[in-house]
Design a protein around this ligand. Sequence first.
Ligand SMILES: [Fe+2]
Length: 193
Amino acid sequence: MKILKREFKRRIDVHASVVWWNYWDIEHFTTVHKAYTNVKMLFENENMYIVALTWRLPIFSFFKSSGICTTIKTGKYKLEDYQSTFFNIAVKTEIEIEEIGEMSSLIISRYQFFLHGWRRILAPFMYKMMAVWNQKVWDEDLPLKIRRQRVKEFGFKDFKGLPDKLEDRESIKKWEQSLPVPRPKNSPINEYL
Ligand SMILES: [Fe+2]
């Protein structure tokens, strides 16, 4: 058995809670990321969620993989997720968001692929594939995080919008992000609930 490990570090000038929101906002998976074709919530609470997920590889995109993904909060801005991917390869992902300034964050992504038997020959391909995957997902998420940061600076709240009074938009700033991230009752993500 071979464990293939890959780590990426990226910096962004938004509050850590905005990055955190992005990881737990399930609704954007299929609308923003080209790789995810179907996501259905099976279970969620304030510390974890389990989804049924279908996605494509960034290289050889005709390759589709379906399975269950479990994501667990392991710290204030830390999560781990576990899923099995194509050829029944188990994957563990760790995400850690470090606050490196009031409005700046460092995101560390660590991937581990558990390659059994003949699957070990996939290691060089998967090593390269993870870089493509990480870059693609990063690029697709970037405008979301920048826009969220901007409206949060003006006091935006989910399902409430911006404060009515202009002067309040300058003073109200709440940077906490509670879980689960709220979504409409008729969201397609809720189909299995
Ligand atoms: Fe995303």
